[in-house]
Write a protein that binds this ligand. Structure first.
Ligand SMILES: O=C(O)CCC(=O)C(=O)O
Length: 244
C-alpha cells in the first residue's frame, strides 16, 4: 500500500446531507493507483471464489484479517479522519468485503438493511438476535442503536451507474430504524430510489440501516467495490467485534 495515500478531494456531489439522507457520494476519494493496487490484490480472490463455488455468488469476506492491503487502507488516518468529519465521532473498522458484479457473477440484491455484524464470541445478550455463521464467521443482529451508529464506506474500483448494477438507496430510510420485512416492500413502492452513480476512485458513505438494493448489470462488465464497515462503540456484556 502506498503509505502516502490521502484523500484527493472530498467534495461531495450534492447529496451531502449525510445525517438527513443516510448516504453521501464522494467524488475522487482515492487515486487511480490505489484503486488499481486494490483491484490487483482482490480480483483474483473473487475469481478463485467463483471458480470454487459456481452457484454461490457472494463477496470475499474477512479481508481486514486476511489482506494487509485492505487492512492498511481501511485503518489509514485519511479514512478514519473522513469518517470523523462525517459524523463527528471516532470510528474503527470492523468488516471488509469485496464485491464484483461481472458476467460470471451478475446478481440481484433485493431491498434490505444491513443488520448483521461479525462478532468474536457468542454470549446470550438482550437485543442480540439471529445468530448465524457466514463463511465460518459468527454473525448476529445487534440492537438498533449499535447499527444506527455505524458507517459503511464503499470504495468504487470501477465506474458504476444504473447500467452496471449501481446501488439503489431510499434516502432517509435509515431514520426509521430496523424496518420489519413486511414493511420494506410498502416503503420502497412508495418511495423514489436514488441510484448511486460513482466513478472509479469515488466512494459512497452510507448508514447500514439505509434501505438499499441493486439490480443485475444490463451491460455486464466489472463493477468492483470494496465495502468497509465501521463501528463507533464497543459491544456490551463481554461480546467483541470479530475485527476491531
Ligand atoms: O454491492 C451490491 O450490489 C450490494 C451489496 C449489498 O447489498 C450489501 O453489501 O449489503
Amino acid at each position: 500500500m502506498n503509505s502516502e495515500f490521502r484523500i484527493q478531494n472530498s467534495e461531495s456531489n450534492g447529496f451531502s446531507r449525510f445525517a438527513q439522507d443516510g448516504f453521501q457520494i464522494i467524488n475522487s476519494l482515492v487515486s487511480e493507483n490505489v484503486c488499481d493496487e486494490l483491484t490487483a490484490a482482490l480480483s483474483p480472490l473473487f475469481d478463485h471464489q467463483i471458480k470454487l463455488a459456481k452457484n454461490r455468488i457472494g463477496g470475499v469476506r474477512n479481508l481486514l484479517r486476511t489482506n494487509p492491503l485492505v487492512s492498511a487502507f481501511a485503518k489509514s488516518p485519511a479514512i478514519t479522519r473522513l469518517l470523523h468529519q462525517t459524523a463527528n465521532r471516532d470510528f474503527f473498522a470492523v468488516r471488509a468485503i469485496f464485491f464484483d458484479k461481472n458476467p460470471d457473477a451478475n446478481w440481484l440484491v433485493p431491498w434490505h438493511q444491513d443488520l448483521a455484524i461479525a462478532v468474536a464470541n457468542q454470549i446470550k445478550t438482550p437485543g442480540f438476535t439471529a445468530w448465524s455463521m457466514k463463511d465460518e464467521i459468527l454473525h448476529v443482529h445487534p440492537p438498533e442503536e449499535i447499527l444506527a451508529a455505524m458507517i459503511t464506506l464503499r470504495i468504487y474500483l470501477d465506474d458504476c451507474d444504473a447500467s452496471n448494477g449501481g446501488l439503489k438507496v431510499i434516502a432517509g430510510s435509515h431514520r426509521s430504524g430496523k424496518i420489519p420485512t413486511a414493511k420494506i416492500a410498502q416503503l420502497t413502492a412508495a418511495s423514489k430510489p436514488v441510484i448511486c452513480e460513482v466513478k472509479k476512485g469515488g466512494a459512497l458513505l452510507m448508514r447500514p440501516l439505509l434501505l438499499h438494493s441493486s439490480s443485475p448489470a444490463e451491460s455486464p462488465c466489472h463493477r468492483r467495490v470494496l465495502h468497509l464497515e465501521y463501528a463507533a462503540q464497543k459491544l456490551p456484556n463481554g461480546l467483541a467485534w470479530f475485527d476491531n
